[in-house]
Design a binder for this molecule. Structure first.
Ligand SMILES: [Zn+2]
Length: 198
């Protein structure tokens, strides 16, 4: 869940030249890529914001020690494993994005049970929000963005072949039971559901 940080040169409103808006970001706080740009013709400010991604660590009903992972068919992380997830659309609730990605990427209908955590890194564009979820319906499949999808028992998780730092850290938090059931908006899960997770 990362992408190249392109250098924007032209205003998306009027096609004027963009110049750094340095006063807007104190140097000490400026992560690479956090430099905002202002159009020298119309004054439009292009904020180089984070990209929000949502993912779900999904377990089959009654098997909280097992998780669904997909093996990426695209870069970054080609050939490496990650839980289903992707970028949140503008205006889309993060929970909806997590459920949509599970449906699109591996054909599963899920119930979000708990927030696991929010993962962000200095100098990196994505902010990754990860939920614990239960596989409620559908048949495990994969789309063209993945080479395969499968269920791993905890002892089988391919720790050396995970796609991203956030993948490893969220799986570690999940298996350690660091779950936040109140972190799911309009949760249909219950604290009891979450407490049964590992
Ligand atoms: Zn402009």
């Amino acid at each position: 869940m990362s992408e190249p940080d392109p250098t924007f040169r032209h205003c998306p409103v009027c096609a004027g030249a963009l110049r750094p808006l340095r006063a807007d970001v104190p140097p000490a706080a400026a992560a690479p890529g956090a430099r905002h740009l202002r159009c020298e013709r119309c004054g439009f400010v292009l904020y180089q914001d984070p990209k929000v991604a949502a993912g779900a660590i999904i377990h089959p009903p009654g098997a909280p020690g097992e998780v669904v992972l997909v093996r990426r068919a695209i870069d970054p992380g080609y050939g490496r494993w990650v839980f289903p997830g992707g970028y949140v659309d503008r205006g889309e609730p993060v929970e909806d994005a997590a459920a949509r990605e599970a449906r699109e990427e591996c054909g599963l209908e899920i119930r979000l049970d708990a927030l696991i955590g929010v993962y962000s890194y200095r100098g990196r564009t994505p902010v990754v929000i990860v939920y614990a979820a239960t596989w409620m319906g559908g048949v495990l499949a994969h789309d063209e963005e993945s080479l395969e999808a499968r269920v791993f028992a905890r002892a089988e998780v391919p720790w050396d072949a995970l796609a991203f730092t956030s993948t490893r850290q969220a799986l570690e938090d999940y298996f350690a039971g660091r779950l936040h059931p109140g972190g799911v908006r309009e949760s249909r899960g219950t604290a009891a559901d979450a407490s049964r997770l590992p």
